[in-house]
Each structure stands twice: as structure tokens, then as C-alpha cells.
Design a binder for this molecule. Structure first.
Ligand code: UD1
Ligand code: MG
Length: 453
């Protein structure tokens, strides 16, 4: 089976510099969703018909299994399909999809393709309370589909019909070639209508069948930002339903956003307003507090993210506690039972088991051993303005509060750094190192008083 994706429309009503089919749904271009679905159907080739300004679409989504056909100017859906023909095999069947109908589902399309077989024309239709704007499905007295009439060409009686064309169809390729070559633009819009092939099929005694989608929402198109937002919510709700069906506790399924893949173990709990981006895996018993953003991360069993934490390109072991208000940046690797508290930032660092930085710290480009305690206000000074250097903190070290570790520097095993230390040379193992002026008290000292005016 070959797939034609019509994606040449300008999308003027998006009021955006980004082409319509690149507008993101769940963090990915709308067209990428359509292409994924087409691929899941086992299509042999996918031909995307793109239009003026569509080069960026091609650059963004090109892949070995895609063919591209430029449609310029855009003379209608039939003309668009014609542009794809040179790229298609001589026979077999072609499925026509729209680049701006991103929620179309694999199951629905599977049924449509099965209904078409190798010689029927299969249409995906829906019944709408308000069919305004859509092509109407005209059936004969026996209920057989005869043709499609577009809104602007329809008679008052035809406008009463509530069964409409979703635009998605399957046709035998050899027949499609013949029909498309006969299209005329003698209609209200002066366009070459793909929908005219239905009447031609009937005239050629090709059986036309109509199938319904599993959900009407699958066939919704996007023309403006409001419709895009509406589809986003529908899609997120579906993702939430799937997560809950898999056993995940969502405190409010209407308040989660998954922009990528979220894999969850057993008894995972997610509080409200969390955003998951890229590839995220939450092992058994992970709990995510409210308002967290998690991107490309693997959190080990029993790990807890407290509210307002931001976790990116991070791997954790078991039973870690992160946040509230913590930030882990790319290259963060935490072993088991690591605690990062409020306003702690970790970047490109490994922290071994049972180590803690519970308040206000920056740990960047560091290797932290086991059972290390990093006091409040500790900073690894990893950057001299030109180069970055590593800090090594060995097992059982104790870093006093408000300490600066000027990298490259090593704190030996079991060493203690006094509060306020600026460490610019290695601290030996097992000893107290402190760098600060000694405290003195000046006896009899008096506060200055104001001079009389
Ligand atoms: C089309 C159908 C109509 C159906 C409706 C469903 C025709 C003639 N009409 O109408 O029966 O009810 O979709 O939404 O097919 N496109 C191109 N090149 C073009 C024109 C369109 O690639 O020259 C693409 C668009 O990007 C879009 C799709 O085809 O993805 C549909 O185009 P649109 O202009 O929205 O068609 P409608 O008039 O809505
Ligand atoms: Mg349309």
C-alpha cells in the first residue's frame, strides 16, 4: 500500500511563520503524527505533497521512506493527488491522508484499507450535526454512495445531507491515475476536486464503500490555533486514559501533558500540571509532585520528585528524593537514595548512593562519592570563563555550608571542609580543611553615633 499525504495548504489562518503541518501537537509536528500512523500501517512508500514554502517541512521531516512532490500552484485536492502519482507504484492501492488531520488512528485506517480490498474505493465518512463546509455524501435510493458534492456546489436539498466526507480515502492506484487525468475544474471554486473521483468510480462500476472512524475526533482538521488547542486536549486526554488503563494514578487526567513517550512501571503516581517531554521512563512506585517538568529522563524505582522540579537528561537510581524546586540538567546521574533539595542544581555530574545536597547548591562537572553531605550554599566553580574543570568529592566527605570548590580540585575520602571555605587546592582525606579569617572579638568596641547638627 502507498500513502499520499496532502500537505500543500498554506495554513493562512494559523497566522504563523511556521508552516501549518509543522505546528506542534504534543510537541511534534502535526505531519509527524500522520507519518507515524502511516508507517504503522505498513505502507511501502509515503508521498507527501507539499506546497510553496514547504521546503522547511521537507528539511525537518525527511526520511528514507518518504517521497516528496511539490504542488505549485495549488489547484485543489485532485491536482495535489496528481502531483504524487509519478512517485507511486503502477498498481496496488493508495491511501490518501491529510497533513492537517493529525489524530487519525491506525485502527480506523486498518478497517478502511480492509474495506477497500484491492479493487474498491473506500471513503471515510462521518455524520455531523452541523455539516457546513464539508463535502456531502450523496447516496441513491438503495443507500449506495453515488458521488460527493462540495458545499459550494451543493443544491439546497444536498446541503441537508449530514453525512460528510472526511477527505480520507483508499483507491486502487491504476484506477486513480485514470480518474485524476479526467478531472475538470468546472465548479464553484475553479479547483480540481479529488472528490470528483467518486462519481467516476460509480460510472466505471467500481464499488464505493463508506466506513466510519472509531472516534469522530480522529477526523478533525486543524485550520487555526483554537482547533490546534482543541486537538491537543483530545490527544492528551487519550494519553491520560492509556496511562490510567496501565495502572498509573493521575491526580487529574485533565492536567497532564505528555510530549513524547512516557513509560511507567507499577504504582506510579503523578500529581497535577506535570509536563513530560521526549523519552521518559518512571520505574515502579515513582511519585511525581505537582508542577514538574521532566524531559528525557529515567527515574529509578521509588524515586520521588517533589513539586516544581525540573529534570532533564537525567538518570536516577532507586529511592531518590528530588525537590521541591530542584533542577537537574543534562548529564546528571544519581545512584540510589540520593537527595537533592530546594534550589539545588546539578549538571553533568555523577552522585553516588546516599549522598545529599539538601539546600541551595550548584554541583556542576563533579564526581561525588557515597554518603557525601553537601552543605547549603556550596558551589562547584567549574568554569574559569574559558574552560570547564571537574570537581571530585570522595566518599564520606562533608562539605560545610557556603563553600566554593574551585575546580579542578579534589576533596579526599572522609575529608571535612569548614563552612565558608574557598577550596582552591585539594583537601586531604580524613582531615578538616578550612579557609577563612579567624573570628575575633574587640573588647570595649562602641558603635558610632551620629554627629550633632
Ligand atoms: C476537502 C474535501 C471535502 C471534505 C473536506 C474535509 C475536496 C474537493 N473537498 O475540502 O469534501 O469534506 O476536505 O476536511 O477534496 N490541499 C493540497 N493542495 C491543494 C488543496 C488542498 O495539498 O491544492 C490539502 C490541504 O493542505 C489539506 C487538504 O488538502 O490538508 C484539504 O484541503 P482543504 O482546502 O482543507 O479542502 P476542503 O475545501 O476543506
Ligand atoms: Mg478543509
Amino acid at each position: 500500500m502507498e500513502v499520499i499525504v496532502l500537505a500543500a495548504g498554506k495554513g493562512t489562518r494559523m497566522n504563523s511563520a511556521l508552516p501549518k503541518v509543522l505546528q506542534p501537537l504534543a510537541g511534534r509536528p502535526m505531519l509527524a503524527h500522520v507519518l507515524d500512523t502511516a508507517r504503522q500501517l505498513g505502507s511501502t512508500r509515503i508521498c507527501v505533497v507539499y506546497g510553496h514554502g514547504g521546503e522547511v517541512v521537507r528539511e525537518r521531516l525527511d526520511a528514507p521512506d518518504l517521497a516528496w512532490a511539490l504542488q505549485e500552484p495549488q489547484l485543489g485536492t485532485g491536482h495535489a493527488a496528481q502531483q504524487a502519482l509519478p512517485q507511486l507504484a503502477d498498481d496496488g492501492i493508495a491511501l490518501v491522508l491529510y497533513g492537517d488531520v493529525p489524530l487519525i488512528g491506525q485502527a480506523t485506517l486498518g478497517r478502511l484499507v480492509a474495506a477497500a480490498g484491492d479493487r474498491r474505493l473506500a471513503l471515510l465518512t462521518v455524520e455531523l450535526i452541523d455539516p457546513t463546509g464539508y463535502g456531502r455524501i450523496i447516496r441513491d435510493g438503495q443507500g449506495r454512495v453515488q458521488r460527493i458534492v462540495e458545499q459550494k456546489d451543493a443544491s439546497p436539498e444536498e446541503l441537508q445531507v449530514r453525512e460528510v466526507n472526511t477527505g480520507i480515502l483508499v483507491a486502487p492506484i491504476a484506477r486513480l491515475r485514470g480518474w485524476l487525468s479526467q478531472l475538470s475544474n468546472d465548479n464553484a471554486q475553479g479547483e480540481y476536486y479529488l472528490t470528483d473521483i467518486i462519481g467516476m468510480a460509480v460510472a466505471d462500476d467500481v464499488e464505493v464503500v463508506a466506513e466510519r472512524p472509531d472516534h469522530v475526533s480522529e477526523t478533525l482538521g486543524v485550520n487555526n490555533k483554537a482547533q490546534l488547542a482543541e486537538l491537543e486536549r483530545i490527544h492528551q486526554r487519550d494519553i491520560a486514559e492509556r496511562l490510567m488503563a496501565g495502572g498509573v494514578t493521575l491526580l487529574d487526567p485533565a492536567r497532564i501533558d505528555v510530549r513524547g513517550t512516557l513509560n511507567c512501571g507499577r504504582d506510579v503516581e503523578i500529581d497535577v500540571n506535570c509536563v513530560f517531554e521526549g523519552e521518559v521512563t518512571l520505574a515502579d512506585g515513582v511519585r511525581i509532585g505537582a508542577h514538574c517538568v521532566v524531559r528525557n529522563a529515567r527515574l529509578g524505582a521509588g524515586t520521588r520528585l517533589a513539586p516544581f522540579s525540573h529534570v532533564e537528561d537525567t538518570v536516577t537510581g532507586k529511592a531518590c528524593v528530588i525537590g521541591p524546586y530542584a533542577r537537574t540538567r543534562p548529564g546528571t546521574e544519581l545512584a540510589d537514595d540520593v537527595h537533592l533539595g530546594n534550589f539545588v542544581e546539578v549538571k553533568n555530574s555523577k552522585v553516588a548512593s546516599h549522598s545529599k545536597a539538601n539546600h541551595l547548591a550548584y554541583v556542576g562537572d563533579a564526581d561525588v562519592g557515597e554518603r557525601v553531605n553537601i552543605g547549603a550554599g556550596t558551589i562547584t566553580c567549574n568554569y574559569d570563563g574559558a574552560n570547564k574543570y571537574r570537581t571530585v568529592i570522595e566518599d564520606d566527605a562533608f562539605i560545610g555550608s557556603d563553600t566554593q570548590l574551585v575546580a579542578p580540585v579534589t576533596v579526599g575520602k572522609g575529608a571535612t571542609l569548614g563552612a565558608g571555605t574557598t577550596l582552591s587546592r585539594d583537601a586531604p582525606a580524613g582531615q578538616l580543611t578550612v579557609s577563612r579569617a579567624r573570628q575575633t572579638t574587640i573588647p570595649g568596641w562602641k558603635r558610632p553615633v551620629k554627629n550633632p547638627k
